[in-house]
Design a protein around this ligand. Sequence first.
Ligand code: MN
Length: 555
Amino acid sequence: MKNIVNKIEALKEEVKIIETKKNHKFFLSEMKRIGIERLPYSYTSLKRFIDPETMDVHYNKHYKGYVEKLNLALDKKKFGDLDLEQVVKTISRFNQEVRNNAGGAYNHALFWKMLSPNPQKPKGLILKKIETQFGTIGGFKKKFDEVAKERFGSGWVWLVVTKNNSLKIMSTPNQDNPLMNDIKDGGYPILGLDLWEHAYYLKYRNKRDEYIKNFWDAVNWDFVEKLYKMKIGTRIDEEVVMSQLMNSSNAEILTEEETKSQSCSTTEEQMFKTLLFPPTDLLEKSDQYGKFKKEYIMGWMDVLQKAYPENWKNKDSLFKGHEAGLYSKENVRSLLMNLTSSYTAFCIIHKDVNEYLKKNNQNVITYGDNPNTNLLELRKFFSILHGLRSNIFKRGEQSNTLRQIGGVLKKTDCLGKRNEEATMKIINQNYGEGACKIVSGGGYTKDMLSGIDATITMDGQEHTSQIKPFKNIFEKDGYFVVQGSSSTQSYNKVSLLIFVNVKSKQVRIYKTPKIRIQQGSYYIPKENMVSTIFAKGELDLIDCNKYLSENIIWE
Ligand code: MN
């Protein structure tokens, strides 16, 4: 009997895991699959421009057909999981079948939104820009009509924003789009008109000119202006943000107010720390606790890759030892990648996302004691972040969040380097010049899960090591108890664990076997002790406080 009860319990557990996995798929991949854009109005509402029958067939048969065939073609080739815009932007690596259907899906998705049931007039920034470049709206329409009429056979006519932020009218054949990377002198489309016969033939027959003329009664100028603003805004900010984040010497100094708004309470920090760096006792209880950090890292990679596709590099396109991530042209890895291991950044971004949820009367993200629920909350967090990513990551000037995170990451990075530098100097003073070599730095990445910080040569033997700061060390029941050491990464793959305290200019070296972490402290068997050494004289270290004011809790 007991056996059966146990079995049922085990099965229930299995079902729970499957449910969790299902949810995962839903949250993380739903946005990646290429979906159908909803038609923002009824088939009858554009009558001035196009008849309901054409709208119905155009939307349900032609457009949906492109999306379906595209998903099939991507799936067949195992491309999977891509943004439609990314496919279009990198179209040269796909075959003709993907090209036609991705273009068809993307062009139409845009086109539906570019039309409005209510007559609109251009205004604001876009009107100004059109008048500057084309003289008058009439002059612009005339030019647009001309280019449209010149298109022989099937295709599209577009108004695009070019690389140097000017407007241009152009036309593309078939289902090509000006964003496609092999289109000469393309651009970012902000207005487009379908010139295929299927778009107008039922109503206009061979009178394509009349169809083009009536188009102007149905243009959604609000949307056009939004696209225009987004594009010129994004382009400026992308450059600002990337240069800020790529170059850590370009320190961002935050005002006191900004520092206050970003700081998390000690309780919040403690909770995030436990989630990201679960102590050994929790990990032994259930391996679910360990999944959180891995999923957090993967989630960020996904968001960053989408936010800055042009700066993303895969492992195989980089030198050995580099990890996939955001890189500058000079192959300098962005500090943004350290987001994945900073619990303060974790705290800041959660505050932001929750503020957004509150504003929209939705449940905020909360974490508790149940690792399964925590994982579900984390997935919700990323699904929201995907939606907000263009606000947070593309508009540097408006995104306080990104500035704050940038400051935090720069200071973390600086403190890490300072600890390593101090350790190296103290070891070299005691064991001889060259005894300690720092492995990380110089664009090389610390592998987050099994990182080596330095190699130490002692008695002719080379050891690998991880370096961590500490606050206090005391002896208890045959163990050294190390307190106040943050970021408890896995240290199983190195032979030495080194603790440094910059204030007391002290370094403690231990072997790694049988070390335990409990309640945030390391428990190191006494026999693991290798040495305790002190600096001989001044260390002359970098000052990291220029990055942030001091009232932020750092370890
Ligand atoms: Mn069409």
